[in-house]
Design a protein around this ligand. Structure first.
Ligand SMILES: [Zn+2]
Length: 190
């Protein structure tokens, strides 16, 4: 169900008052409206259907070689502070007769990123979705991200990067496969 934007606007107006702002001043008059629209978008992954998203973007291909897509941009929101975390996602998989259209892998990451998240859960959801969608032999996902809840408040560690990985199937079973994956994504631009 789409969020009730009128209700979100009212809540944001209350929030502005509570933090000592005047929601009637010029710069803030349209802010509740903008925030409501932004949050509808930030959480649109909750209302996206995975099957519809990948529909028509899976192709038959006889290959057993590892497929790697590096540096997919990730923008998500930590569920503990409702603040952004952002970085890059690297996906590797070994097909089992079917491969993904490349842009769909990016859309799949967006779908799981556009909701309140934990980086660990996001990483696992992406690997499981890739595994299940094409019945892959194995999948590895690594996400490197910076969290504004750490950078702007609390410990204020501006340069720390959190790295999470999730491996399933052959990536979990075989050290050689995992090492091939890490080697192929290893030359990252950061
Ligand atoms: Zn946080």
């Amino acid at each position: 169900m789409e969020p009730n934007t009128a209700r979100i606007e009212a809540l944001i107006r209350e929030l502005l008052i509570e933090i000592g702002e005047d929601p009637g001043r010029e710069g803030l008059q349209r802010t509740p409206h903008r925030v409501a629209a932004a949050w509808a978008f930030f959480t649109s992954g909750n209302r996206t259907d995975l099957d519809k998203l990948i529909n028509g973007a899976i192709f038959t291909q006889k290959t057993n070689s590892m497929v790697i897509v590096k540096n997919i941009e990730v923008y998500s929101l930590c569920e503990h502070h409702m603040l952004p975390f952002f970085g890059r996602c690297h996906i590797g998989y070994i097909p089992n007769g079917r491969v993904f259209g490349v842009s769909k892998l990016a859309r799949l990451v967006d779908m799981y990123a556009r909701r309140l998240q934990l980086q660990e859960r996001l990483t696992e959801q992406v690997s499981q979705a890739v595994m299940d969608s094409i019945d892959a032999k194995g999948v590895g996902v690594m996400i490197e991200a910076q969290h504004l809840c750490m950078m702007m408040r609390g410990v204020e560690k501006q340069n720390s990067v959190m790295v999470t990985s999730s491996v399933v199937g052959e990536f979990r079973e075989s050290t050689a496969t995992r090492e091939e994956f890490l080697g192929l994504i290893g030359n990252r631009s950061g």
